[in-house]
Design a protein around this ligand. Sequence first.
Ligand code: SF4
Ligand code: SF4
Length: 332
Amino acid sequence: MNENQEHNDQQNLNEDQARRSFLKKLGIFAGIGAVATAGAVYVGFDHEKKKNPTGKKVRVLTADGKLMEVDEAELEKNENAATEELNELQRRGREGLPGKHWVMVIDLSKCRNARMCMAACQGAHELRPEQHHINVLRMQDADHTEPYFMPKPCYHCDNPPCTKVCPVDATFKRQDGIVLIDNERCIGCRFCIAGCPYSARVFNWIEPLKPANDRVYDVELNVPQKKGTISKCLFSADCLRKGEMPYCTRACPNGVYWFGDRNEDTVTNGTTKETVSFSELIRKNGGYTVLEELGTKPQVYYLPPKNRAFPFQYEGKTELDPNDSRIGGGRG
Ligand code: SF4
Ligand code: SF4
């Protein structure tokens, strides 16, 4: 071996050691940190079983949220994750109700900012007072127009950008149109928050209101909430499974919410229990969806705030009272 060869070998060795130490620091060394890419979950590179590089680079997300590129040969599929059996609540939560396509209609001419929808939702989903799956906003389109109240849940888009950016398939759209989250899979990267143009998702920054206490996570209820994961409106998938209308819909005293099945073309009012044709309700009353031009195809429709039956009254109420007994209580 000449001097040059010896120098090159030593250099390669140093580079390899430096790389190993770099990977180790990032927590993707075998068995230390899980990384995820394109919906698959991997554990890092096992240097003892060194493989020939393929030259194909793969972008991976480390367990501590760093994005990096590694050779494809350096990845090993995590067989445990691939074969991991879903528990019953996860399985049925992903499947949804066959033959259904849920839709909501919100009549803006009837909302009086009673916020009982918010209270029922927060109670059912064990949310903190500052966390909303549905929020009632005070809106005013121009200086000379009347203000109005606008309840805003997740729109359960038929073409949801939020699910497409999730690197671990934790958030998904099911056959009945509901977009849900499996917080047993969520790694808290918050890509879906950035992906949603409607700000419909919230992040659990701190410990939840109610501890898990060994309860099994229910995908359809998103309970128990878990620090470091996402939460959002679920169209009360747990209620629909029981043949009940969503929590918000039933709690409203003012007839604001209609909910039903697009496939049957019927919606029922949560307050009056009247059932009408969905398509007629929309057509005759100028129903619309928000930011239709984005192509997201929201499944929550609004009826404009025209011919209101009451004068607009605003008492500056933008939050629920944290001591309100309706919050944090039972389910609905
Ligand atoms: S409103 Fe946002 S979170 Fe809900 S389905 Fe649409 S993009 Fe996803
Ligand atoms: S934060 Fe959103 S995008 Fe990230 S893993 Fe959780 S559900 Fe998926």
